[in-house]
Design a protein around this ligand. Structure first.
Ligand code: A3P
Length: 296
């Protein structure tokens, strides 16, 4: 039996109305009382929407030139700590953030918008939200749960498909997550909302948009270098970006850098599932200003 699936998996709990597992709630008080600095940058996503990709882009934009050794010696999940994670003996997200000596601090969260510690809003921090179309997001999350023992056991694909539509996912329903952050953007100007599909379509263009949001102006050469370095194949072989050093995951079941594609859902959804999904989606996603692409 493989180690991951025989190891005990956490149960889904209801936490302030959102499905969670204890690894992301056990440190709640400390996380909620977290003191942000005005230059902190929060990278927020629903799990599997492109967090690592955007984290790596931001890390390179800020530190790629000045601290090249950082890229080859510190895994991305330590450069960009996951705020709410608390899975001893692994160092907690908040402790990792406190230990950062760089400025700005880049901080990752999967919280739905209402869970973000209030200090980030009070300090008017910049935030980058990455969203990915629901179908590909679901497929990616399914494979991630298969290989990651701090997530619940995903079960088989068809039951996972139902659970996703019902929102019985860690960090809650995808629908609420992407909509909640989208609404926030209407009132909070320091939020840059971006899409995985756009990044796949034209990484350079999306880096340009990020730079203008962040007030950065890298040289053309630097941008070209970053764009190359963050391409899927390069990140997949990069031991400091591909999560291969994290012991809770079993890459023999599925690698963290799995496919990196738009439209892989077509290899998983049956025609009937796709129709059922689309009908349910139309009922839940009523805001015409928020549109996703399931192919490019
Ligand atoms: P797949 O499982 O579809 O391959 P997160 O970082 O939020 O956990 O998201 C992981 C997903 O983003 C995985 O999707 C992973 O392969 C994809 N990804 C990571 N880096 C990427 C890159 N440089 N280009 C394309 N996809 C990338």
């Amino acid at each position: 039996p493989d180690k991951i699936n025989s190891a005990s998996r956490p149960e889904l709990i209801d936490f302030h109305g959102v499905s969670m597992v204890h690894y992301f709630t056990d440190n709640w008080e400390t996380v909620q009382n977290f003191q942000a600095r005005p230059d902190d940058i929060l990278i927020a996503t629903y799990p599997k929407a492109g967090t690592t990709w955007v984290s790596y882009i931001l890390d390179l934009l800020y530190f790629g030139q000045t601290m090249p050794e950082r890229q080859t010696s510190i895994p991305i999940y330590e450069r960009v700590p996951f705020l709410e994670i608390f899975a001893p003996p692994v160092i907690s997200g908040t402790d990792l953030v406190e230990g950062l000596s760089t400025s700005p601090r880049l901080i990752k969260t999967h919280f739905p918008v209402q869970f973000v510690p209030k200090s980030f809003w009070e300090q008017n921090c910049r935030m980058v939200y990455v969203a990915r179309n629901a179908k590909d997001n679901m497929v990616s999350y399914f494979h991630f749960e298969r290989m990651n023992r701090i997530q619940p056991d995903p079960g088989d694909w068809s039951s996972y498909f139902q659970k996703f539509m019902e929102g019985k996912m860690v960090f809650g329903p995808w629908y609420d997550h992407v909509n909640g952050w989208w609404k926030k953007k209407q009132t909070y100007s320091k939020l840059h909302y971006m899409f995985f599909e756009d990044l796949v379509e034209d990484t350079g263009r999306e880096i340009d948009k990020l730079c203008s949001f962040l007030g950065l102006s890298p040289s053309a050469e630097e941008k070209k270098q970053i764009t190359g370095e963050v391409q899927f194949d390069n990140m997949k072989k990069n031991g400091m970006a591909n999560y291969s050093t994290l012991p809770v995951m079993d890459f023999k079941i599925s690698p963290f850098m799995r496919k990196g594609k738009v439209g892989d859902w077509k290899n998983h959804f049956t025609v009937a599932q796709s129709e059922q999904f689309d009908e349910d989606y139309r009922k839940k996603m009523r805001d015409p200003t928020l549109q996703f692409r399931t192919e490019i």
